[in-house]
Write a protein that binds this ligand. Structure first.
Ligand SMILES: [Mg+2]
Length: 384
């Protein structure tokens, strides 16, 4: 393998939420299942493969989905369960590479460069990973393998479900040339329309376009981005740094406190800070951790738990954090109280509209508060 040539895999679970529901509940197997908000004003978060031939897909209003597929069984999302299975999937991927970049609960990039001696060619890597995921979770995944992230992600979608697509090395541009422009990363329906007006319909059309002309038509940076992708070039590294990071806030107290009535308000304040940090960085948390340091012996105690649904509002964090206090000794003198959010994911990434329903009401109110704070400083917060 020539220097600089990479092997990137994109692993994407098939109809993840619906597949989990069908696995857990035999009566749902082989039936059209829609996971989504229970009201008719809700949105489809995942449709099982049995529902898809009816035209049902993610992000579609539930009323429309049920008009298309009246026999569908609607299941309310169980985010806690999906997070649990997601962790099993990600842990499985960790066995194959130290460089795993989760994109959402159900998909991730793996950098497999240099591990051919261990796992064989990309086909063998993809098969081994899919087998390991089935063995661990009973669920299927589709895998794309290529020289970069853009191509790998595009490829994993070409043979769904339960399929593998290898983009042939050295023939990448040729491989993607016949595909519609819409397949380029960063091209939504509106941009696709704009690009079509330039007479460019396929990725190959964009690749062959003269870059100077494209710059004048689409603006320099967007044109360069599209042109590089259309020519199968994408240098973004697989970034494992965001994995399992947490975001925390803690206060060392001027004097010791004890008892729930003393600890709870401090914890609430930490949760508010953490929630604000999440919103500022556009992340949602899958879980919350409480940390206490006791004066006696400087002993540290932590407890953590998952949230019912990923959230970025302080009420969701604090509700669960307050429950965790019940599992900690609050009678001994405490000198530090902290809260942290973990299992972080990009807000709105992947299948997220789904989390929105629960998180939003509190999130919106608090977002308004963030703006007020930004304008008037932090004075409305508790005094430290
Ligand atoms: Mg998926």
């Amino acid at each position: 393998m020539a220097a600089g040539e990479r092997i990137v895999l994109h692993v994407d679970m098939d109809a993840f939420y619906a597949a989990i529901e069908q696995r857990d509940e035999p009566r749902l197997r082989g039936k059209p299942v829609i996971v989504g908000g229970p009201s008719r004003r809700g949105v489809v978060s995942t449709a099982s493969y049995e529902a898809r031939p009816f035209g049902v897909h993610s992000a579609m209003p539930m009323s429309r989905a049920l008009a298309l597929c009246p026999n569908a069984i609607v299941v309310t999302p169980r985010m806690g369960r999906y997070l649990e299975v997601s962790e099993q999937v990600m842990a499985t991927l960790d066995d194959f590479s130290p460089l795993v970049e989760p994109l959402s609960l159900d998909e991730a990039f793996l950098d497999m460069t240099g591990s051919e001696r261990l796992f064989g060619p990309p086909e063998a890597m993809a098969d081994a990973i899919r087998k390991a995921i089935v063995a661990r979770t009973g669920l299927t995944a589709s895998v794309g393998a290529a020289a970069n992230k853009f191509l790998a992600k595009l490829a994993s979608d070409l043979n769904k479900p339960d399929g593998v697509t290898i983009v042939p090395r050295g023939r990448e541009a040729e491989f993607i040339a016949p595909l519609p422009v819409r397949r380029l990363w960063g091209v939504g329906p509106k941009s696709a329309e704009r690009i079509a007006k330039l007479g460019l319909r396929t990725i190959g059309d964009v690749a062959r376009a003269e870059l100077g002309w494209l710059r004048r038509r689409l603006g320099a940076s967007y044109a360069e981005h599209l042109w590089a992708l259309a020519n199968a070039r994408d240098d973004r590294p697989v970034d494992a740094s965001g994995e399992r990071k947490s975001l925390g806030s803690e206060t060392t107290l001027e004097w010791d406190v004890r008892g729930r009535n003393a600890v709870e308000p401090i914890l609430r304040r930490q949760c508010e800070r953490v929630a604000r940090g999440l919103r500022e960085t556009r992340l949602v948390a899958g879980g919350v951790r409480v940390k206490l340091r006791y004066s006696r012996g400087f002993v540290l105690a932590t407890r953590q738990a998952k949230l019912d649904a990923p959230a970025d509002d302080s009420r969701s964090l604090f509700t669960r954090a307050a429950e965790l206090l019940e599992r900690l000794d609050l009678d001994a003198p405490i000198r530090l109280v902290g809260a942290a959010a973990f299992d972080l994911a990009a807000a709105g990434a992947g299948q997220a509209p789904l989390f929105a329903e629960r998180a939003t009401k509190d999130g919106n109110r608090e977002r308004a508060m963030d703006e007020i704070r930004a304008r008037f400083g932090d004075k409305i917060d508790y005094a430290d």
